[in-house]
Design a protein around this ligand. Sequence first.
Ligand SMILES: Nc1ncnc2c1ncn2[C@@H]1O[C@H](COP(=O)(O)OP(=O)(O)OP(=O)(O)O)[C@@H](O)[C@H]1O
Length: 581
Amino acid sequence: MQQSNAAATAFYDHAGGGGSFNNAGPAGGDAGDAVMARWLQSAGLQHLASPLTSTGIDQRLLPNLLMQGYGAESAEEKQRLFKLMRNLKFNGEFGLEPYTPTAQSSGGQATSDGFHSPEFKGDFGAGLLDLHAIDDTELLSEHVISEPFEPSPFMPGVNKSFENEFNVTSSRQQKEQSNADASASSFIANEKEISTRENNVAKIKVVVRKRPLNKKEISRKEDDIVTVGENALTVHEPKLKVDLTAYVEKHEFCFDAVLDEHVTNDEVYRVTVEPIIPIIFQRTKATCFAYGQTGSGKTFTMQPLPLRAAQDLIRFLHQPVYHSQRFKLWLSYFEIYGGKLFDLLSDRKKLCMREDGRQQVCIVGLQEFEVLDVQVVKEYIERGNAARSTGSTGANEESSRSHAILQLAIKKHPEIKESKRNNDGNESKSGKVVGKISFIDLAGSERGADTTDNDRQTRIEGAEINKSLLALKECIRALDNDQIHIPFRGSKLTEVLRDSFVGNSRTVMISCISPNAGSCEHTLNTLRYADRVKSLSKSGNPKKDQAVTSLPPTVKVSVRLLFQQERGKWIDFWANRSGEI
Ligand SMILES: Nc1ncnc2c1ncn2[C@@H]1O[C@H](COP(=O)(O)OP(=O)(O)OP(=O)(O)O)[C@@H](O)[C@H]1O
């Protein structure tokens, strides 16, 4: 029982640090017995109180009791005891009085009693929809509200071990029991780790990815001017003095993460999207987009992400808590080309966008497909990519000329009789969106100067692309400044993304950069923009506390300058001339 003791020691260390544990009276005593009896009652385990207390065991020994299967007869009881213990630990509230069930609440199932205490809500919220943070209670079944013991769906692996632990047949119980210590301690460690990770999901995360030099750049013997450190990078800009002596100017930047040319797409997923996946189930609308110069690796970076995300979302959907509520995953894929919307999974059918009475964006006619396995996602992505508008630019032979938006939505569906189910489209509409993640592969951005070689069509595309990128930038800035007015209507792109920016939203921006000396100016502009987004999105940002009702004057001036300077030409907002963007 060495592991058991280790787990128990960890419990004590934790609780002791919290202070409240000590107040409970370590020796147990009458008051301690009463407190423990009420804790047990709150989990419907009141019948365990007498055997536990009569042997003089106080609540500090609960971890050990679990390990020994003490008192709890059935697997279900063990499960409840385990959960009670877990919540005692995570609340650090050994010494606090539990919620005493009212006559009303105690009328229900034992498992529903007692966990509506305010002290509990944060901890039970982990993994369940956060009832206290949302207004649309229609999304939630009573089952979720009253089911305090559902294992955290943030931990697919842990849940599995949890089920293994408790849903055993009686003949296996003995054997499984010997693994309880290890499971319990890893369960606790994982839950802690996951709740920390959840807290670390910033509202806006800025990650930079550097691609390797390509064949052309190598054949031109171009230098790699970007060196990457830990969450930081330096651009070594080659410059000439007025007397034509060469020198190098260093520009240093720090970001939430910086990924060098050796980093795999899997690692990109791990750093960017993976932490957001669990909170999609908590009414979060997330957006992940890649931003950067044409040919810098946006498509290369974005394409694998939805597949990996779908894989994880599907895994979560298999959790009993979501499965029982008929949560389903839906996929749609469309592009914005020339300010118009086209369905990439429906023969490029033209779509139109409307706002409903609640200012929810609705893309009329967009086909959504239910996703049951990852293979299907792969097929949809390939189909959509084949339908996408691409073209050749000076900088990228296969440049994306449209913004492609792949959305994975989690919807909660009412029970429908098989006979009433018409088709996929109808079923998709019947569901209510719980959370959503949008992956945007932005069209390649070019400066006016880059478009001179291109034909008229490419230049028109370029203007449209730049307009929407500028609008996106303005929206992010306005959001970060907590402005009342967010200029969503600046472009189709931002209109479509409107609901991903308001409410409980998360944005991951992956800034893609090319390492070659010839792209230095673009690289610096991308990094400066990323830096600006990053610095505004820090939680300690003093601007967050101010009621900002309009753009600061300097920003207004710089935006006007961009337009005035560029009148009649392409909007060259990458040039960053004002130094304000
Ligand atoms: N990290 C990387 N490792 C290896 N190759 C890469 C990487 N990033 C990009 N590439 C390669 O560079 C080329 C250009 O990349 P990609 O098409 O993703 O650029 P882009 O930013 O999407 O361009 P555009 O905006 O014009 O569509 C592709 O051939 C791609 O395979």
